[in-house]
Design a protein around this ligand. Structure first.
Ligand SMILES: Cc1cc2nc3c(=O)[nH]c(=O)nc-3n(C[C@H](O)[C@H](O)[C@H](O)COP(=O)(O)OP(=O)(O)OC[C@H]3O[C@@H](n4cnc5c(N)ncnc54)[C@H](O)[C@@H]3O)c2cc1C
Length: 508
């Protein structure tokens, strides 16, 4: 398959140009392409490089948002859980959340009322309802925590959700250009003239009838600095960080921990061997690309967990961490955790002028609904645009797939030599696209060089060819999370392998 970013883009007029390859940009690109619009998307780094790979990875209604009366957001988000489960059963899975009861923080009646709303506000067919719990002697929680509650939400591989939407967009005809920065754009004669820069410094331009600014934390910067337009809303950058520690407890359930400051922190089972703990909320002023966890945030997360679990964690238990900034629409809340998580779309452009749509805020969970709302706003400028279609369409790999256990079993049956752990990881990552990955493969040797942690050359080539992966970090931290399992020398060898592979792909 030719690579969009290797071929020189045709200086044609697209219907829509989208700036930003996070979840909101790719979601809008896929939706628009599926409605028959010609779409161009640029992302200055790798797909999902920023906020969209640094989330808590939950597809959730957001129980705590009920306290802030965000009923619209919660209703929409709750309903999206089952929609996304059906769209991508390989990367989205149901999860039970255990809420230890701490009566001095929130009384039981309040939690019961919240959970009642949570169970009934949005459509729920597959996910079980909430219930009260009594913790037995074997509970991983401290013995004084004897009661709690349990409810359902879902978990998602956030970065893969982005890549699958980008693939869906490409399959509907969109041109997806990672490592391509929008440096400026101006309106002229009813079109946007958009100037772009590849990672190697080469420049090119395209034109488009409409422009979408889905630059996430850079949304206001893009407007003011690159488009020379006023920003209709202020944006608050709120840092959130996570730590990864060795598995803290057995079982598939996550915990939602109430802290003394009334914030909540999740402890989530992560990649079989680990627990993911997060998140924090702190105002952030610097370059969004440079955000890293602070020592205070690590202390904060460790303390919340140590206040709840029998097992006590120390700094040395932190194996990995990541941080991101939420690009939230400024509603002038005093507390970072109280700022609305809902999204706001702004449409600019007088009648007859090329429209500019900017995305402020939003959740991973509501990306599909956000894209539908964006299309509704753009509809008057594109009379030929088709109707909404994404609610019932699977994402790549979700086609003809029952669930991950069935798929990995089918793989093991068909490829008797395939290690079980690999079959499981591939079924989870690629869903039914795994059959394409394994097309023509007959034995372990056909997988090519083993680059470490179950990553073979065959998979790297597939990720290069099908999923725009170019660097070792694209593969180790976004297309997969194998970075947690690979040594420094293995990572170096992977980078070398990719460079050689790229050189021969360009030469061919
Ligand atoms: C700590 C944390 C936890 C979260 N947890 C959850 C959760 O559990 N569930 C949930 O639903 N949501 C969660 N969220 C929210 C969710 O992650 C974000 O709402 C979402 O990822 C935002 O996506 P985006 O596309 O707007 O931004 P991004 O993912 O940041 O994408 C914007 C992209 O635009 C690109 N860009 C910027 N300027 C340019 C330019 N000039 N040219 C080309 N490209 C450009 C950037 O490189 C970037 O990749 C969390 C967020 C954080 C920070």
């Amino acid at each position: 398959m030719p690579h969009d970013h290797l071929a020189s883009p045709v200086a044609e007029v697209y219907d829509l140009a989208v700036v930003g390859g996070g979840i909101n940009g790719v979601g809008i690109a896929a939706d628009a392409a599926g409605r028959g619009l010609s779409v161009f998307l640029c992302e200055k780094d790798d797909l999902a490089s920023h906020t969209s790979s640094a989330s808590s990875k939950l597809i959730h209604g957001g129980l705590r948002y009920l306290e802030h009366h965000e009923f619209r957001l919660v209703r929409e988000a709750l309903a999206e859980r089952e929609v996304l489960l059906a769209k991508a059963p390989h990367i989205v899975k149901p999860m039970r959340f255990v809420l230890p009861h701490r009566p001095h923080l929130r009384p039981a009646w309040m939690i019961r009322a919240g959970l009642f709303l949570y169970d009934h506000l949005g459509k729920r067919e597959r996910l079980p309802a909430s219930r009260g719990l009594r913790f037995a002697a074997g509970s991983p929680l401290k013995p004084e925590i004897t009661r709690g509650f349990e409810y359902s939400d879902c978990w998602v591989d956030d970065a893969r959700l982005v890549v699958l939407n980008a693939m869906a967009a490409r399959e509907k005809g969109a041109h997806i250009h990672p490592r391509t920065r929008c440096v400026s754009a101006r309106r002229s004669k009813g079109l946007w003239h958009i100037h772009l820069e590849h990672a190697d410094g080469s420049l090119f331009s395209i034109r488009a009838r409409g422009l979408v600014n889905a630059a996430g934390p850079w949304v206001a910067h893009l407007l003011r600095e690159d488009l020379k337009q006023p920003s209709p809303y202020g944006i608050r950058l709120i840092q959130g960080s996570h730590i990864v520690v060795p598995k803290l407890y057995d079982g598939e359930q996550a915990y939602i921990l109430q802290n003394e400051d009334r914030r909540i922190v999740f402890a989530i089972p992560y990649l079989e061997r680990f627990t993911l703990i997060g998140t924090t909320d702190r105002e952030y002023q610097g370059d969004p690309a440079k955000v890293t966890i602070t020592a205070e945030e690590t202390d904060y997360l460790l303390k919340v967990v140590n206040d709840h679990f029998r097992k006590q964690l120390v700094h040395d238990d932190v194996l990995h961490s990541f941080a991101g900034v939420r690009p939230l629409c400024d509603d002038e809340s005093d507390e970072p955790s109280a700022i609305t998580r809902d999204y706001t779309l702004s449409l600019a452009g007088a009648p007859g002028e090329a429209p500019l749509l900017s995305v402020f805020g939003g959740k991973l969970t509501t990306y599909r609904k956000l894209a539908e709302s964006a299309m509704k706003l753009l509809q008057p400028s594109f009379a030929h645009m088709g109707g909404s279609w994404t609610a019932n369409a699977t994402l790549p790999g979700g086609e003809q797939m029952q669930d991950v256990p069935h798929l990995s079993e089918a793989l093991c049956q068909r490829f008797g030599w395939l290690p079980n752990s690999l079959a499981q990881r591939w079924a989870t990552s690629y869903g039914s696209r795994v059959w394409r990955l394994l097309d023509g493969v007959n034995n372990l040797a056909d997988l090519g060089e083993h680059l470490g942690a179950g990553l073979y050359a065959l998979e790297v080539d597939y990720l290069y060819r099908e999923e725009w992966a170019r660097s070792s970090s694209d593969i180790l931290w976004r297309r997969s999370k194998l970075g947690l399992f690979m040594s420094a020398s293995q990572q170096k060898r992977l980078q070398q392998y990719l460079q050689q592979h790229h050189a021969s792909a360009v030469a061919a």
